[in-house]
Design a protein around this ligand. Structure first.
Ligand code: ADP
Length: 214
C-alpha cells in the first residue's frame, strides 16, 4: 500500500502513521522527522532548516521533493510506504506523482484526518517529544509514566520549538493556504478518503484499519 496521510498540524498523523507502518510492515516516512534530525546538526544546512521550521514556514520544495524522491527509491519502500507530512502543497503533490511514475507505481490512498480547530491547538500545546528516540507524548491524553521523562530511555521530554503559540498559528495559516488545496487535488483523482480524527489513539487506529480493509 502506498499511502499519504493528510491533515492539519496536530491531527495525530505521526502517531497513527507510525502504528500503521508497523502493522503493515512498510516504512513510515515523515519529512518533519527527517528535517528535525538535520536541523539538530550544527551545520549551515541545520541552522537554515531550524530557522525555517521554528518560524512555521515550509522548507523549500526543491530540497523537499529531492529528499522524498531519493527516499522512495530505496528498496525498503518498494512494497509500500506511509508518507506523513508530505506532500504539503500542490507542487509537492505533482512532484510525488512524477516520482511514483518514474518508479512505475501509483498512490493507493490519500487519507485526510479531520479535526476541529480548537482541538488542534490543545493537542499541539500539550505535546512533548523525546529527542533521543523520537517518542511522542501528550500531557493530557498520553502522559509519560514518570513526570516529563521518556518511558523508553528516561530522557527529559521537551516541547517542540514550533509548538509554541505563535508558531502554531503560523503553521495553521500555512496549512490553510498551501495544504488545504490538496484535498481537491486528490478528490479529483479519486484517491481521497476522509476520516474522523477525533477519539482515542486506539479508536482512531481501528477506524483507519477499517477504512483500509485490514
Ligand atoms: P506538523 O505536521 O505537526 O506541522 P511536521 O513534523 O510534519 O509537523 O513538520 C514540522 C515542520 O517541518 C513544518 O512546519 C515545516 O517547516 C517542515 N516540513 C515538514 N514537512 C515538510 C514538507 N513536506 N515541505 C516543506 N516543509 C516541511
Amino acid at each position: 500500500m502506498r499511502i499519504v496521510i493528510l491533515g492539519p498540524p496536530g491531527a495525530g498523523k505521526g502517531t497513527q502513521a507510525s502504528r500503521l507502518a508497523d502493522h503493515l510492515g512498510i516504512p513510515h516516512i515523515a519529512t518533519g522527522d527527517i528535517f528535525r534530525q538535520v536541523a539538530a546538526e550544527e551545520t549551515e544546512l541545520g541552522r537554515r532548516l531550524r530557522a525555517t521550521m521554528d518560524a512555521g514556514e515550509l522548507v523549500p520544495d526543491e530540497f523537499t521533493n529531492e529528499l522524498v524522491k531519493d527516499r522512495l527509491a530505496k528498496s525498503d519502500a518498494s512494497n509500500g510506504f506511509i508518507l506523513d507530512g508530505y506532500p504539503r502543497n500542490v507542487d509537492q503533490a505533482a512532484a510525488l506523482d512524477e516520482a511514483l511514475d518514474d518508479l512505475g507505481t501509483k498512490l493507493s490512498h490519500a487519507i485526510k484526518f479531520m479535526v476541529r480547530g480548537d482541538d488542534i491547538v490543545r493537542r499541539l500545546s500539550g505535546r512533548r517529544i523525546c529527542l533521543e528516540c523520537g517518542a511522542v507524548y501528550h500531557m493530557e491524553t498520553h502522559p509519560p509514566q514518570e513526570n516529563e521523562k521518556c518511558d523508553h530511555d528516561g530522557t527529559s521530554l521537551v516541547r517542540r520549538e514550533d509548538d509554541m503559540e505563535d508558531t502554531i498559528l503560523r503553521r495553521l495559516e500555512v496549512y490553510g493556504e498551501q495544504t488545504r488545496p490538496l484535498y481537491d487535488f486528490y478528490r479529483e483523482r479519486g484517491k481521497l478518503v476522509e476520516m474522523d480524527g477525533l477519539g482515542s489513539e486506539e479508536e482512531v487506529f481501528e477506524r483507519l484499519l477499517g477504512i483500509l480493509g485490514h
